[in-house]
Write a protein that binds this ligand. Sequence first.
Ligand SMILES: NC(=O)c1ccc[n+]([C@@H]2O[C@H](COP(=O)([O-])OP(=O)(O)OC[C@H]3O[C@@H](n4cnc5c(N)ncnc54)[C@H](O)[C@@H]3O)[C@@H](O)[C@H]2O)c1
Ligand SMILES: O=C(O)C(=O)C[C@]1(C(=O)O)C=C[C@@H](O)C=C1
Length: 342
Amino acid sequence: LTARGVDVRLTDHDPDAARTAASLGAGTAGEPDGPVDLVIVAVPPAHVAAGLADAMDRGLGRGYLDVASVKGGPRRELEALGRDLTAYIGTHPMAGRERSGPLAGSADLFEGRPWVLTPTPGTDTEVLNLALELVALCRAVPVVMDADAHDRAVALVSHTPQLVSSMVAARLEHAEDAAVRLCGQGILDVTRIAGSEPGMWMDILAANPGPVADVLADVAVDLAETVQALRALQSADEDKRRGGAAGIEDILRRGNAGRAKVPGKHGTAPKAYETVAVLIGDQPGELARLFADAGAAGVNIEDVRIEHSTAQQAGLVHLTIEPRAVAALTVALRERGWSLRQ
Ligand SMILES: NC(=O)c1ccc[n+]([C@@H]2O[C@H](COP(=O)([O-])OP(=O)(O)OC[C@H]3O[C@@H](n4cnc5c(N)ncnc54)[C@H](O)[C@@H]3O)[C@@H](O)[C@H]2O)c1
Ligand SMILES: O=C(O)C(=O)C[C@]1(C(=O)O)C=C[C@@H](O)C=C1
């Protein structure tokens, strides 16, 4: 917001957090001089209603919103506190990090990401418009939803995945070094969010336990069936083995079908991209040089993933690009001396 010319005032019950954010360019630490257009409450879900009520009582703004990952509970709490809900709108940017605190923030975090708005029929149009302006300034994509429908949706696409990632990573806690050394890209992909702050996730899960338990119970059914199918694969009986194989194939195919529904970049329909893998040295400037060479070849990089080699000072960069750009990029990079891999 600051980069787009908005005057941003930052307060936090930990003054160091506000000062650090300010020093990173996020705004000015300290209370505003008078009422602001929009008060944004970005605190753990359990403190959202109290934070909003306090700001409302002090008449800090024309409109009030929060960004908590759960929407039904905070609104009901605010209602129970007897506050006027017309100046309030619940929101949730579907972007974040596995790390907390101002140092984990970045100005482009919300670009192209869905930002859920949960207005009620009572929400003032002016407040809805302020929220839409905020979303547009952050270059996010507004999605209007009912608060409880939102909570069921994030249980499926965010909260349960967090728990499942943590459970897979927990298997490694007492694993032998020899096994852990073999970790490759697969486990990195599945466990990135297992590095998340437990405190933040305790707050989120405590605010949405029912919907998450419902999804996790369905995962548990799949888990039990998969264990059974694997045991059947060990059987001496051929029919049992065939049944086991069918069970395993079923979960893998259903996984493919679910994965194909995950939206692509900027929330658009998933697109078939190609990947070009390039070997780079582990030294300053290599990535910048590679991106510049791709840019000079007129190729837009849609996504990028780096696979680090544990054995040598090198990495494999997977550039995701449109299929029609593969030939041009391959030729251009080879001409510039890059080593490409299949
Ligand atoms: N991190 C994510 O991935 C993500 C994404 C979308 C939404 N959210 C939501 O955003 C909110 C903030 O999460 P975050 O990741 O920025 O956490 P964070 O820990 O980085 O920041 C929260 C800040 O709130 C402060 N704080 C806590 N209680 C307070 C209170 N009562 N009054 C004033 N300040 C208080 C803390 O000192 C901290 O600086 C949460 O509701 C979370 O659910 C997080
Ligand atoms: O990408 C991550 O690290 C996140 O945890 C982000 C994520 C998500 O599940 O997508 C997590 C919680 C927030 O409420 C919104 C976004």
